[in-house]
Design a protein around this ligand. Structure first.
Ligand code: PEP
Ligand code: MG
Length: 884
């Protein structure tokens, strides 16, 4: 740990700077940086993230060496802020205390404001400002925030008191309470505090400050913060910094106010000043979404001078940070102060537009633009949009907070969302609430979209939804929620929990019922950014596709071939499944051949369609992989068996007999993959013939074809030797028959640890390797890929694993097998055949940005992923190439 624990900022100087995010947290580093570039910031200081780590190491105790530095920094802050003293009884300087980690974690800890107010200094403040109402309002807010944030009181208990008082006084708004009322409220709040904490509210400013610093550090391991880091996969941070800053007041009357804004529109990326403000309010009122604020443009009418200054700061900040900023400001008696700036969270759509625009504006270069967009955020541009032809009309309109359309069943709380998702996984849900708070993130994550009746563009719901690319509408006042009764009334219509509702986060529209969605396409800025990405990447991007339609979609998104065509999906087609079942049920080779002959023309037609769609790009077709029982009705499905019996003219008993024969204790490790054609060679023959004949047909039409025949689940080279020999014989026969030659390759999947370990032997036979990391992960960990539900959440919660290895490659284990496989395979192929061994990946990991980085690092030739992840993989591959 460094010697220095506390970094002061204020005036035009600062101990730290914007680069020290790890040490000072994002907020602290940027406050320092703003001071250095001459932007007005109330003075204060940052206690470092290292102190947070030391606090935990010492068993939740602030290290002693930091204490005198904190006291000195307070003195310095007093001096810079015109000599007012912290908590001075006659004219107190008040401070705010906020958390701030290296990465922004919105709402991790509620801010504590007005620290330094005591029974005596509140009188001083009242006299000094001539505004006792303001003084007592500030005091009661402090007791509430300090109590609920630092001392574990319930915020609701304080809220209850203010409601009661308003009822007694027969007033509606908080602002209708008089100074004397607020004085009374302070008394009641203190009673709540004492009841909960067991002692009086501390009348000592320094004690308040130290307890608040502890509270910020404690919040680092609070439930909300832990949950947020889990969802966002944030690991490796030291802790949070604490920012203590002189208070300025937005609630001192009509010439004061507070706001939050983005230097560009975080939904669309448009280069407009975007945000909200409230006159006569404190910052939390805007963020919490309690009062619905005014759009920033209106500030020009209300405070023209402040607005002009803000517009100038907007430009200065963008020029300096070269990125869109999310800012917070307060105006006290007509004087503007900036309280925060940080790179703004944005939707994928906005990220792309801002990156492309900033290149055009010469703020950044193309490579920076490519590096800046989070690949996963492209999901937002790849989200379905509401069908514009839908006849369902909007019944209400709120604020468009995060674009895209979504329909889902109403749930009225985050807990209900979690419960519903557990009972009905995948069922679409829409979270409908008055407002959201950090406690709700787990439920928000599960919802297709979020609708709130209050709040503005910077409310918690809006910020979080935008970060995740989820459609969101906020501030929709026509939505009246009665959580207890489980109903929502929208413009006079009553809906129950479970009824469908639709939102359009691009327009703010709310519709009752379910609206169909349409597939997105890739144009404009999106396609420009992709072209820039393509200039840098080394990996080729292929797709996993089993139909011409998917292949075409993937090509539209820039796929450069098919890395995995799973032929079994074709077997399920209505027109062929009965022939497949006939094949499985027949006990003789003859019988099987007869059935296969019925399937062959369909298979060939499938392949023709795919080859044509891929128009000369390589197409890897995998021979049948799953165990055969998957094509038959389940053991207990009598009706299904009867239908099949009727369809193919055998008895139900015969079907159940075969089902019984094929039953396996552990089918993923059973009679599947290359084991099928080794026992039933006619299945492989049919598939190879269909592939080669399709290629011949397409070639005859003058198109180029590059079929790659892929044999699954090989673990022993002898398996491959036999199957390859047979495949070549079938292919040669087909080509001789048609008098046409086509180029083709025969390769294998590497999806068993033994295959990776004996890759040198296998590469003597295989012309390419494709890592099937779904199975490789399953077989390496011994985790059945379909049965992780029971324990994976625990593994993740206890950090036994950092991420689900089926989603992101387990670099330390599975990754080693991949590296061994590539290294041994390439070396052997070069030695034996003087050929480069082509290597790719076709497990789900091919579309996961972190895994794509890994694939780049280990020198794969391509990754293959589902069509909608192709742009994500293109961008991730470029970022991997651009990373140092
Ligand atoms: C794999 O195992 O990674 C793979 C792509 O094959 P499948 O998912 O079809 O088993
Ligand atoms: Mg597999």
């Amino acid at each position: 740990m460094s010697q220095k624990h506390v970094y002061s900022f204020g005036g035009k100087t600062a101990d730290g700077n914007g680069k020290q995010k790890e040490l000072l947290g994002g907020k602290g580093a940027n406050l320092a940086e703003m001071c250095l570039i001459g932007i007005p910031v109330p003075p204060g200081f940052t206690i470092t993230t290292e102190v947070c780590a030391a606090y935990y190491e010492a068993g939740k105790k602030i290290p002693e060496a930091a204490v005198p530095e904190i006291d000195a920094a307070v003195t310095k802050m007093e001096a810079v802020f015109g000599g007012k003293k912290f908590g001075d009884p006659a004219d107190p300087l008040l401070v705010s205390v906020r958390s701030g980690a290296a990465l922004s974690m919105p709402g991790m800890m509620n801010t504590i404001l007005n620290l330094g107010l005591t029974d005596t200094s509140v009188e001083g403040l009242a006299k000094k400002t001539g505004n006792p109402r303001f003084a007592y309002d500030s005091f009661r807010r402090l007791i509430d925030m300090f109590g609920s944030t630092a001392m574990g009181c319930e915020h609701e208990d304080f809220e209850h008191e203010i409601h009661k008082l308003k009822e007694e006084k027969k007033v509606k708004l908080d602002t209708d309470l008089s100074a004397d009322d607020l004085k009374e409220l302070v008394k009641r709040y203190k009673a709540v505090y004492k009841k909960h904490v067991g002692e009086d509210f501390p009348n000592d400013p320094r004690k308040q400050l130290m307890l608040s610093i502890n509270a910020v550090f404690n919040s680092w391991h609070g439930h909300k913060a832990v949950e947020y880091r889990r969802i966002e996969r944030i690991t490796g941070l030291k802790g949070t910094a604490v920012n203590v800053q002189a208070m300025v007041f937005g609630n001192m009357g009509e010439s004061s106010g507070t706001g939050v804004a983005f230097t560009r529109d975080p939904n669309t990326g448009e280069n407009v000043f975007y945000g909200d403000y409230l006159i006569n309010a404190q910052g939390e009122d805007v963020v919490a979404g309690i009062r619905t604020p005014e759009p920033i443009a209106k500030l020009e009418e209300q405070m023209p001078k402040v607005y002009a200054q803000l517009v100038e700061i907007r430009q200065t900040l963008e020029k300096h940070f070269k990125d869109m900023q999310d800012i917070e400001f307060t105006v006290q008696d007509g004087v503007l102060y900036m309280l925060q700036t940080r790179n703004g969270k944005r939707t994928g759509t906005a990220a792309v537009k801002i990156a492309v625009d900033m290149v055009k504006e010469k703020l950044i270069d193309e490579a920076t633009a490519v590096k800046r967009v989070n690949p996963d955020s492209l999901n937002h541009l790849l989200q379905p949009q509401l069908d514009p032809k839908s006849k369902i009309k909007p019944v209400a309109q709120g604020i468009a907070a995060s674009p895209g359309g979504a329909s889902g069943k109403i749930v009225l709380s985050a807990e209900a969302a979690v419960e519903h998702a557990a009972k009905h996984p995948g069922d679409p849900i829409m979270l409908v609430r008055k407002e959201t708070s950090p406690e709700d993130v787990a439920g928000m994550h599960l919802a297709r979209g979020i609708l709130t009746s209050t709040g503005g563009k910077a409310s918690h719901a809006a910020v979080v939804a935008r970060g995740w690319g989820k459609p969101c509408v906020v501030g929709c006042e026509a939505v009246k929620i009665d959580e207890k009764a489980g109903v929502v009334v929208i413009s006079g219509q009553t809906l129950k929990a479970g009824d469908f509702i639709t939102i359009n986060g691009t327009t703010g529209d709310v519709m009752i019922g379910k609206v169909e969605t349409i597939a997105p396409s890739m144009t404009g800025d999106f396609s420009t950014l992709m072209t820039w990405a393509d200039k840098s990447r080394k990996l080729k991007i292929r797709t996993n596709a089993d139909s011409p339609a998917d292949a075409l979609k993937a090509r539209e998104f820039g796929a450069e071939g098919i890395g995995l065509c799973r032929t079994e999906h074709m077997f399920f087609g209505e027109d062929r499944i009965s022939a497949v079942r006939e094949m499985i049920l027949s006990t003789t080779e003859e019988g099987r051949k007869k059935a296969l002959a019925k399937i062959e023309p369909y298979q060939k037609a499938d392949f023709v369609g795919i080859f044509e769609a891929m128009d000369g790009f390589p197409v890897t077709i995998r021979l049948l992989d799953p165990p055969l029982h998957e094509f038959l009705p389940q053991k207990d499905n009598k009706a299904g068996a009867e239908a099949v019996a009727k369809q193919i003219g055998v008895t139900v008993e015969k079907i159940f007999e075969r089902v019984e024969e094929l039953h396996e204790m552990n089918p993923m490790m059973g009679f599947r993959g290359c084991r099928l054609p080794l026992v039933f060679p006619e299945i492989g023959d049919m598939q190879v013939r269909a592939i080669i004949e399709a290629a011949i047909e397409v070639k005859k039409k003058g198109k180029s074809v590059l079929p790659e025949i892929m044999i699954p689940l090989v673990g022993i080279v002898e398996e491959l030797i036999i199957l390859k020999k047979r495949a070549i014989a079938v292919a040669e026969e087909a080509m001789a028959k048609h008098g046409v030659k086509v180029e083709y390759q025969i390769g294998t999947m590497i999806e068993l640890p033994r295959a990776a370990l004996t890759a040198d032997k296998i590469a003597e036979e295989a012309e390419f390797f494709s890592f099937g990391t779904n199975d490789l992960t399953q077989m390496t960990f011994g985790f059945s890929r379909d049965d992780i539900k029971g324990f994976m959440p625990t593994y993740l919660a206890h950090k036994i694993l950092p991420v689900d290895p089926f989603q992101s490659i387990d670099v330390n284990g599975v990754g080693q097998l991949i590296e061994i496989g590539i290294q041994k395979g390439r070396k052997s192929r070069t030695e034996h055949h003087k050929q480069h061994l082509k290597v790719g990946i076709c497990g789900e990991h091919g579309g996961d940005p972190d895994s794509v980085h890994f694939c780049h690092k280990v020198g794969m030739d391509y990754v293959s992923c589902s069509p909608f992840r192709v742009p994500i993989a293109r961008l991730a591959a470029a970022q991997a190439a651009l990373a140092k």
